[in-house]
Design a protein around this ligand. Structure first.
Ligand SMILES: [Zn+2]
Ligand SMILES: [Zn+2]
Length: 535
């Protein structure tokens, strides 16, 4: 999201998205920043609300195109540093630490970060003072009265802004707008874990999101209380635990942590293993342990495996496949099945919390952000049901531009938006939509390769075209090859010398003719690739 006043732009968050399965083989999806690049001299900086991937994951990509300072809290910047280091970008980037309550100014904007609670630590909402009034962007939040780090949600600034009644717009997290009531506190999972620790007689494996510092802290504390040592397995969980310990968010008593290699030195009821891989990612530590392919994480009959996380829609297949393997190992598997007390709680506000913030802030305009369309819509309706607290409710989607002035607010011309698909996480591996289309063709209908040898000097075809097929069945293969050759011959015969000299044109003609023939005779759409060999 970008906020612009005249010749100054500030950007809030720069996340990534994990691809849906139809984007074959693409690792991550980052936003299209054409608008920012077109206005690059106006961009004053990127301000981060917190360190989740959907808020910072796009930074390596964005920063390699756009050199601007990045503002974030201490913990958020520690995660960003790790990420930039991986991409060898750390030395080029200007990182500036911000603190809740410490205002700073960028061009015409004065920004006041406000402490909020979420599933991660050191998260802020942003109150952005503009010449037209204050815009409050909540970032991701829930109103947790008992966060495990005791950094409380700071409700007072929200109330003060509301009292002064100069809040131009409230932009609020919509993730749980379709859920009634309140999101339980992070501490609600503690009683479930006590129950699990008491009843587990053998090794206890716990998997949670590696960024869930609250959860990691709770597991380590509970393990200590139940006289178990803790081993960390998996790169992401070790990294974020290190950062949290460095910055004082995790206070682990000496002698609590052991190395993965030491697990076998302890009795099964003396260890608790924090392991990454809640989403069944095939290469994660837990997935490998589930198929007995991890050096240190041996899951044996009677061990307990706890998935303290949400099943992210789209990942069900991988997760349940992993759980099946865990059952084959005769482990007790506990996952979020809706039972109480919960094994996992959300980091996002439910309806009553959303209403609370709206009531405190009383904005002139309300804009739901951060959610799927249905969640934005439900959130908008929720705000509309509070006419005393909200002036007008506005809906925006990616690419929409809302213009505010003394007269009101209106949508103006859209800016280009879209997704940039990246293979294997490097900016050099941007995948065009075409490539994805090709991969889909390949996976569904295979490919047909037509190799044509052309004499460079005379422009004549030297031999019978070679036809190679994979993953494509054409009834009688011999008949198909014969017919395909005939069609290529005909296409070449009917082409002018100029066409034949332009390989781009001739390849496209051959492809089109072959495609027509293949679709007609087989009703399938393989990837068709003519190759011209110059001899
Ligand atoms: Zn978040
Ligand atoms: Zn988020």
């Amino acid at each position: 999201m970008a906020v612009r006043w005249g010749n100054d732009i500030i950007v809030i968050d720069a996340g990534l998205m994990f691809p849906e399965s139809e984007l074959l083989g693409v690792d991550i999806v980052v936003p299209d920043i054409t608008y920012l690049l077109a206005n690059r001299e106006k961009v004053r900086g990127i301000i981060l609300t917190h360190g989740h991937e959907d808020h910072i994951g796009g930074l390596p990509w964005v920063l390699s195109e756009l050199k601007v300072p990045v503002f974030g809290t201490e913990f958020t910047l520690a995660l960003v540093e790790n990420k930039l280091e991986e991409h060898s970008l750390l030395d080029d980037v200007d990182l500036r630490e911000i603190r809740a309550g410490a205002r700073f100014t960028l061009g015409p904007f004065t920004i006041n970060p406000i402490q909020v609670t979420h599933s991660l630590v050191d998260c802020v909402a942003l109150a952005i003072h503009t010449p037209l009034g204050v815009i409050i962007h909540t970032g991701d939040f829930k109103v947790d009265p008992t966060p495990t780090d005791n950094h409380l949600f700071d409700l007072h600034p929200f109330a003060e802004y509301g009292k002064d009644s100069d809040v131009l717009a409230l932009l609020q997290d919509s993730t749980n707008a379709d859920r009634r009531g309140y999101t339980p506190s992070e501490r609600a999972v503690r009683s479930k874990f006590d129950e699990i620790f008491v009843s587990t007689k053998r090794k206890l494996f716990v998997s949670c999101f590696s960024s869930s510092i609250h959860r990691i802290k709770m597991v380590i504390e509970t393990a200590r209380d139940h006289k178990r040592k803790v081993a960390l397995i998996g790169r992401s969980i070790s990294e974020s635990t290190d950062i949290a310990m460095d910055l004082g968010y995790l206070d682990v008593p000496e002698g609590t942590l052991i190395h993965a290699g030491q697990i076998k030195e302890y009795k099964p009821d003396q260890v608790c293993i924090l392991i990454s891989g809640t989403q069944g990612e095939p290469m994660s530590a837990l997935s490998r342990a589930a198929v007995d392919n991890h050096k240190h994480a041996k899951i044996e009959r009677g061990d307990t495996v706890v998935l303290s996380s949400r099943i992210i829609p789209g990942n069900e297949k991988g997760i349940y496949r992993m759980i099946d393997h865990l059952f084959r190992r005769e482990a007790n598997v506990l996952y979020d099945d809706g039972s109480q007390p919960p094994i996992h709680v959300s980091g996002h506000a439910c309806q009553e919390e959303l209403k609370l913030i709206i009531n405190l802030v009383r904005p002139r305009y309300f804009i739901p952000i951060h959610g799927e369309y249905r969640q934005l819509r439900i959130h908008a309706d929720l705000a509309r049901s509070m006419p005393g607290a909200v002036g007008q409710v506005l809906m925006m989607e990616s690419g929409d531009v809302m213009e505010f002035d003394e007269l009101g607010a209106r949508k103006i011309e859209k800016v280009p938006v879209g997704r940039i698909c990246i293979d294997s996480g490097s900016r050099g591996d941007v995948v065009e939509d075409l490539v994805i289309k090709d991969r889909r063709h390949l996976s569904e209908d295979g490919f047909v390769l037509a190799i044509i040898a052309i004499n460079k000097l005379t422009g004549t075809v030297e031999s019978i075209p070679e036809i190679v097929m994979r993953g494509f069945a054409a009834g009688s293969e011999e008949g198909f090859v014969h017919e395909a050759r005939r069609i290529i011959g005909k296409t070449l015969d009917e082409s002018t010398p100029e066409e034949k000299a332009d390989y781009g044109v001739i390849k496209e003609k051959i492809r089109a003719d072959l495609k027509r023939f293949i679709v007609k005779t087989t009703a399938r759409r393989p990837l068709i690739m003519p190759v011209i060999l110059e001899i």
